[in-house]
Design a protein around this ligand. Sequence first.
Ligand SMILES: [Zn+2]
Ligand SMILES: [Zn+2]
Length: 194
Amino acid sequence: MGIFKKKQQVVKFETIDIPKFRYHRNPIDTGAFIENKSEKKCNSCNLTSKYIYLEPYYSKDDVTCLCPTCISNGDAHSKFDLEFQDPECCEEITNKSILEEVCYRTPGYCAWQQERWLACCDDLCEFIGCLDWNQIVLQGIEDEITAAILSNETYIEVGHSLEELIDAINSKDVYLCVFQCLHCKKYKIDINMS
Ligand SMILES: [Zn+2]
Ligand SMILES: [Zn+2]
């Protein structure tokens, strides 16, 4: 008589690669890539990847699931005429190919307001994440971020004191989209308010 051994259901991903992105330091930490728990297939290569890209997608096509590799190698961009960041909302730099790398081949990020990609030393910056004050302290970069806040145009416009701004960050009315220059290592921030 036959005994049917129940095979344990093991999730098998066809690809687990996460390429390095020069302008987005850790897409898992930032939440750009999430674990592919429902085993969706990448709309571009049709493989089931361990991690998939969440959002944003700027495309006329209905793209909802991409693997990190198809973002990195430009396949997703060329197949769907897709952007991950609006080129109009990047700070100005002279080298157009950098703009293409960020908008076409780098995972984007979501903010409450229009996402801006900041620049420094004539290069776009590396995106670190949208952080609250707690996360900034955990990373040990509060002095650098304080300096960035004090030199930030939005902050000056708003006219808050630094303490008021940190209070607002702590009560989650404000958070900071944090970037770091790849050259001078300075931190730059975009202030997001609810
Ligand atoms: Zn893919
Ligand atoms: Zn710089």
